[in-house]
Each structure stands twice: as C-alpha cells, then as structure tokens.
Design a protein around this ligand. Structure first.
Ligand code: FE2
Length: 378
C-alpha cells in the first residue's frame, strides 16, 4: 500500500511573522475578508493582526463565527464575502474560524452550498487564497487540507477535504497567543496532543508523519503545563507543536478519541478540545495492547524514564503521563462535568461508530467498546 505525505502550506513562524505575511498579501488579491469570532474581537486579538496586515490590503471583518460552526455560519460568512467583494480570506482564531474561512474560499470559486462538497475532492475549482492565523494551540486546522462543518439536521460533523484546500500561508506569531486564557490553552493543547498521539499510532502512520508527531509530542510534553499557566514562551512552543501535530495527522489519520469527541460535539456542542482532552487518557488505556512499542516511544517523548522496562511496561507509562497531564492542566475528566447525561450514551456510541476517524484506530473498535469508553468517561 502506498503512503502519503502532503507538505503545504508554507509556515511563517516567529516574532515578525505577521509583518512577513503582510508583505505577501498583495500578491494574493485586492481585498480581504477577515473571518473571526466575538471572543477574539473582545480580547482585541484581531487588532494585533489587522494593525499589521491591514496596511497591506483593505479588509472587511466577519466576526460571527461560533464554536462547532454549522452550515448557516458558513452561509453568513460567504454572503459577507460577496458583499465586501473580497478575494482573499484571513482567518483569525481557532479551528472554527479557520474551517469557516476555508469553506467560504471553496464557495467563492465553486458556488452552491457547502453541503454539496462533503467528502473528498468534491469540487473542481481552486478556492480563493486563505491566510490563517491560529490563535489557539490545538486545532491544527491551519495546516490541514480540509474543514469540519456541522450539519444540524443530521447532527453529523461533515468533513470537506481536498488537496486544493490547503491555506496559502499559516502564520505562527507569538503575539497572538501570548495572552491565551489558561482554560483554552489547556483544552486546545490537549487537542494537539491528541492529534500527535492518535496519528503516531494510527494505521495510516508513515515514517515522515512519525518523525513530526514524535517531535510534537516532545514539545507538548515540555510546554503544555507551563502554557496552561500562561507562560508566553511555552504558548508559542505549543503553537508550533500544534501545527506539527496537524501536519502529522492529516496524512496519518486519527482514531477513536476523535470519533468519540466529534460525536459529543455534534450532539451536545461540547468544545472540540475539551471533548478530546476528556477521552484521550481512556482511549490510550484501550489502545495500549495494540501498539505497545509505539506507546513506549510516546512515554519516552513525554519525558518518562522507561530505561530497563519491557515494551508493555513502558507503554503503560504513556498512560500514566497523559492522565497526569490531564490532571495538571485541569481539563474536565467526566461527561457529567459537561452536562452530558449517562442515558445519552447509547445514541452517542451508535453515531461514533459511523465516524470517519474510527477505522484508523490501531485497535478495532466495536459498538460495545464505544459504549464502554463513554461509560468510563461518564
Ligand atoms: Fe482535533
């Protein structure tokens, strides 16, 4: 079986990343639509970006993106783009704003509704250029070739994927994450850790994604706790690690954590990073026996001393390390804390079984397994 590694987009990283990106903007178009959310505007983070990029291109702002964005959000943003006459999109935010901007870019050159393009390679025309400026440290959406949009009618998170959907450039600037609230640093950071770990043990992993995922796990192990306590240097390292994990997972694939978490998000609107943080430790326990040598390597990357241990013993240290990170970052450990009732489990498990990420999991997952994992997190 052949394996794949897709390398775009270009990453611009570091203290003057926004200025460098501003220099590139006039080659991409004539007018920009900034796509962001009300939290970013309230925190003034959009201004950090537009003060620099706005000198390169005129822009309009669409700031109505919501978490777990749905078809209606995409349609409103697409309308705002048309009204503004924008031919470049600038996403400022977490995965939600980035996914909305990518979807609007697809509609900008292909017309129709985003529902028409659910799946892989379902549209013909190259989307409008998208510049992404991630403001959280987890989604990885800035480097992936797809978007996730909720269909409220089916309660399913639609995935729109194409090699044409890579952003033009992803800008990793320490200024935009320097004041990230602790709770968001913790939950989005755990999302990045989930991407790196799920991709490293996924059935689609290959030597290139392995190297990137292990590098991301090492950085996250070293910086997640300090980042969740507000350390700006650690927040920047998490931002870079998050993009690395994204590059790893979009070719290697994900697994059961995302199947469980995406379903919880679609049914109850639970924040994506929060849901992944909740399930990651329990799924690792479930998967340990399927890939002990790989989990042993994860334990090492997280700084565990595995010297002299067997693969099985060392693999168990990966579980210990991730449970400890969950404790130290203060992420929710039960669905009850998120207001999800136990009697929702059968319906959640039925839908999780249909999730596209599930077949990549290193251990086959049955309906009963999914029920068991939801119960463990209840
Ligand atoms: Fe994720």
């Amino acid at each position: 079986m052949s394996q794949h590694f897709s390398s775009p987009p270009q990453l611009i990283m570091g203290a003057d990343a926004l200025e460098v990106a501003a220099g590139r903007l006039p080659t991409m178009g004539t007018k920009a639509l900034v796509v962001t959310d009300p939290g970013i505007v309230a925190a003034g983070i959009d201004r950090i970006v537009t003060d620099v990029l706005g000198s390169a291109l005129p822009f309009h702002v669409f700031s109505d993106v919501v978490g777990n964005p749905d078809i209606a959000t995409v349609e409103s943003a697409a309308q705002a783009r048309e009204v503004a006459g924008a031919d470049v999109l600038i996403a400022i935010g977490g995965g939600s704003s980035i996914d909305v901007a990518k979807s609007v870019a697809v509609l900008g050159t292909n017309g129709g509704s985003i529902v028409d393009y659910e799946g892989v390679d379902r549209f013909a025309n190259r989307p409008l250029p998208v510049v992404v400026i991630p403001t959280t440290v987890g989604s990885g959406s800035e480097v992936t070739k797809g978007a996730v949009i909720t269909n409220p009618q089916t309660q399913v998170k639609m995935v729109i994927v194409s090699d044409l959907m890579f952003a033009e450039v992803a800008v990793l600037d320490p200024r935009v994450v320097a004041k990230l609230p602790s709770r968001i640093a913790a939950t989005t950071g755990m999302d990045a850790l989930t991407h790196a770990i799920e991709a490293y043990v996924a059935l689609g992993a290959n030597p290139v994604t392995d190297a990137i995922c292990l590098g991301a796990i090492e950085l996250i192990g070293a910086h997640l706790v300090a980042a969740s306590q507000g350390d700006p240097d650690s927040l920047y390292h998490m931002l870079v690690a998050s993009s690395m994990a994204g590059i790893g997972f979009h070719d290697a694939g994900l697994g059961a954590v995302h199947a469980l978490a995406n379903t919880l998000g679609a049914h109850f609107g639970v924040h994506h990073g929060t849901a992944n943080a909740l399930f990651l430790p329990y799924v690792i326990d479930f998967n340990l026996t399927a890939a002990p040598a790989r989990f042993a390597r994860i334990a090492q990357a997280l700084g565990e001393d595995v010297h002299g241990l067997s693969d099985d013993e060392a693999a168990a240290r990966a579980s210990v390390a991730v449970h400890r990170l969950a404790e130290q970052t203060g992420v929710p450990r039960t669905m009850a804390e998120l207001g999800v009732p136990r009697d929702a489990i059968p319906a959640l498990a039925r839908d999780a079984l249909l999730q596209a990420d599930l077949p990549g999991n290193p251990r086959p997952v049955t309906l009963d397994d999914l029920i068991g994992l939801y119960e463990r997190a209840a």
